[in-house]
Unconditional design. Structure first.
Length: 411
């Protein structure tokens, strides 16, 4: 396997050293092949909000698997999961299941282009929306210049349809709309997780919503990470913004491969077979993935889950910030609900430019010091950490104690 991994960030290039090979996981912990157990704040990059190897999910999966793992034909479980999503996510009336977040965003963009008859797409620097060609694009030299491929293999002729602007920068977005009349959609992580956790500033999402509506462009909320994470109804519930299309993934699959995209009935009816915009999937809606998702979403109906996650995550982040300060290490900790990042910088982190000021070398040292303490953080400064309902106060206290020693070792 290239780099020994099936997804690049796992290779530890962001922190140096050799990745752990994980043999098993339970609740808030993961155990490597050497038998060492770590408190886990990666949570498979977001899905494991109930913790690892949840007993109810495992039992449900075993029962369902005995009846067959994929039919390639409609089944009741996919309808049940669709109903849970429609009931929970304010802007979704109709939804299509896919198998990953990447598929969800790729399909959402095709839908937006198909219905608007426009090609251009606006994204924000530092936001990640999966690895589809249109989304692996970096900013050109000016604010409103055409995009450049961010990876060999992405045709320049395709990248030029993607415009990239800074997050939390209303003026830059307005400028792009002033210069380009042919924008199909703006895609955004409403709370960014993929440059580390970066919340939207007051009024920013409202501005994006108003501007896109004014110009007849669709607003795509990529809630693959934030959906059922920052609130049951995702960031759109938390910030009360109604996007045109929402992309989901991670938590709605309960640890199995799933994605979904949805919106109003009128919009979604443009997808095949009711409409002309093509999108399909051999394993889409398979009973295993639907079951893990269903158990997860039903457990998350208990609103106290989100209160508990909020309290525990606040406890963790306050503890980490205090531990850093006591050791004289400068950090900025951003958090929304149970997603958070401690940036090794003293400049408030509001976009990619400021996130990028973080001291990656120091983060790498901190990461390894925490690993030695038995705490597994994201192997990159530019990723969010996640708290699950199995991260008890005792586990969090243990983490803060470990961080105190790790920060002191750095200082
Ligand atoms: C994880 C993620 C994706 C990609 O999902 P995959 O299942 O890895 O393809 C897209 N958008 C956001 C915001 C994500 O966090």
């Amino acid at each position: 396997m290239p780099g020994g991994v099936n997804s690049p960030v796992r290779a530890f290039r962001g922190v140096g050293g050799t990745p752990l090979f994980i043999r098993s996981a339970a609740g808030p912990t993961i155990t490597d092949v050497a038998g060492r157990t770590y408190i886990d704040y990666v949570g498979s990059w977001g899905p494991m909000i109930l913790g690892h190897a949840d007993a109810e999910i495992l039992a449900a999966l075993a029962a369902v698997a005995a009846s067959g793992t994929s039919f390639g034909a409609p089944n009741e479980l996919e309808v049940e999961l669709a109903e849970e999503i429609v009931a929970a996510v304010p802007s979704i009336e109709m939804v299509r299941m896919v198998n990953s977040g990447t598929e969800a965003t790729m399909s959402a963009i095709r839908l937006a282009r198909g219905v608007t008859g426009r090609d251009k797409l606006v994204k924000f620097a530092g936001c990640y929306h999966g690895h589809a060609d249109s989304l692996l694009v970096k900013a050109g030299s000016g604010v409103a210049t055409l995009g450049l491929p961010d990876s060999p293999g992405v045709p320049a002729s395709l990248a030029q349809h993607t415009l990239t602007v800074p997050f939390n920068d209303p003026a830059a977005l307005a400028e792009v709309f002033a210069e380009h009349p042919d924008i199909a959609a703006v895609i955004i992580e409403p709370v960014v997780g993929n440059m580390g956790c970066v919340p939207p500033q007051a009024g920013f999402l409202e501005f994006v919503r108003e501007l896109t509506a004014k110009h007849g462009a669709l607003l795509i909320f990529d809630e693959v990470m934030t959906g059922f994470r920052v609130a049951r109804g995702g960031a759109q519930e938390r910030y009360r913004i109604s996007p045109d299309i929402t992309c989901l993934g991670k938590i709605i699959g309960g640890g199995l491969p799933v994605g979904a995209y949805g919106g109003s009935r009128d919009l979604m009816r443009n997808i095949a077979p009711t409409g002309p915009i093509y999108q399909a999937g051999t394993l889409s809606g398979n009973p295993l993935a639907m079951t893990a998702g269903l158990v997860t979403l039903r457990r998350l109906k208990d609103r106290s889950v989100y209160e508990t996650l909020e309290q525990r995550s606040a406890l963790l982040c306050e503890g980490l910030a205090r531990a850093a300060e006591a050791a004289g290490i400068k950090t900025i900790t951003n958090r929304v609900g149970s997603m958070w990042t401690s940036f090794f910088t003293d400049v408030p982190v509001t976009n990619w430019e400021t996130a990028n000021l973080s001291n990656r070398e120091l983060y790498g040292k901190f990461f390894h010091a925490m690993l030695a303490e038995g705490v597994y953080l994201a192997p990159s400064q530019f990723e969010a950490g996640f708290v699950s309902i199995t991260h008890t106060v005792a586990i969090i206290d243990k983490t803060i104690e470990a961080a105190r020693r790790a920060f002191n070792a750095l200082a």
